[in-house]
Ligand binder design. Structure first.
Ligand code: UDP
Length: 257
């Protein structure tokens, strides 16, 4: 098999050259990082779950006519995607107070927000992804005013879609982070959803118990992360087995008294 050219390796994903000049292959790793990579671990099975969960969400968004970079899943860990120029923004949507907004504004975790809030952070690990305003984005040219309008309109639709998708399976979408990119097609350029949407980039709580099914399990040592991500996959109908563990292929000896 021809070896593929690795273009970029990030904290949780690797990007390879695709079969065409306008496509790439993204590989989901098992590496988990938190607090700007100060906390690290390898968690067996995380990449497979994120690949499947992100596939389901991006495919549904494509079907709704919301443009994304997703083309198709290739295997357990890889997707074929459209090549984009990443816009250096982390777009965060908050429906319920959690994480950095609690620290910043003295809110209590779990407090309902007056309405959904969109925040922007400048994507720069060295600076710790600082919170910025729309003024910074257009003044520094990270996105044009038209692109920013498109990003906000798409983000609002994505939040409506995701909130419904998760609430239908008893999960509260507390907050999430998304990224966008520019797709070039001849003289045309358009902004499309890129990166991933998975329990790595969302806060997902059980609606009845507030149990966490997202990366806070790792950030705060709350238990088994794969268990939490598997629960999300199971409720979305991706995983059939409890815990995501395959059924034993051989008969299992049952102890009798
Ligand atoms: N988030 C992310 N990547 C980041 C920062 C945040 O995926 O680099 C997600 C995070 O998982 C949460 C939401 O964005 O779902 C809001 O994160 P917050 O600003 O509260 O930061 P955190 O508390 O995660 O540091």
């Amino acid at each position: 098999m021809k070896s593929r050219k690795r273009l970029y390796e990030g904290k949780a994903k690797i990007l390879y050259e695709g079969p065409d000049s306008d496509t790439l292959i993204v590989h989901f790793k098992d590496d988990a990082t938190a607090y700007n990579a100060q906390k690290k671990a390898v968690i067996d099975g995380k990449g497979v779950l994120n690949n499947r969960i992100s596939e389901l969400i991006f495919q549904r968004l494509n079907d709704l006519g919301l443009p994304t970079h997703f083309i198709k899943r290739l295997n357990m860990r890889e997707q074929l995607i459209h090549k984009v120029e990443i816009i250096p923004l982390e777009v965060i949507v908050r429906n319920v107070a959690a994480g950095s907004i609690c620290k910043m504004l003295g809110l209590t975790e779990g407090e309902a927000l007056p309405r959904s809030i969109i925040e922007f952070c400048y994507k720069d690990d060295k600076l710790g992804d600082p919170l910025i305003s729309e003024e910074h984005i257009t003044a520094f040219g990270w996105a044009s005013p038209q692109e920013l309008d498109d990003i906000i309109a798409m983000t609002t639709r994505i939040n409506d879609f995701l909130s419904g998708l998760f609430s239908a399976v008893g999960i509260r979408l507390v907050d999430f982070k998304i990224e966008f990119g520019r797709q070039y097609d001849g003289d045309m350029v358009r902004v499309i959803l890129a990166d991933e949407i998975s329990p790595d980039s969302c806060r997902l709580w059980d609606m009845k118990t507030d149990q966490k099914f997202d990366k806070d399990i790792f950030r705060r040592d709350l238990g088994d992360l794969v268990e939490g991500y598997s629960e999300v996959a199971r409720r979305l109908g991706i995983l059939k087995e409890p815990n995501g563990k395959p059924k034993p292929s051989k008969p299992v000896l049952v102890k009798s008294d």
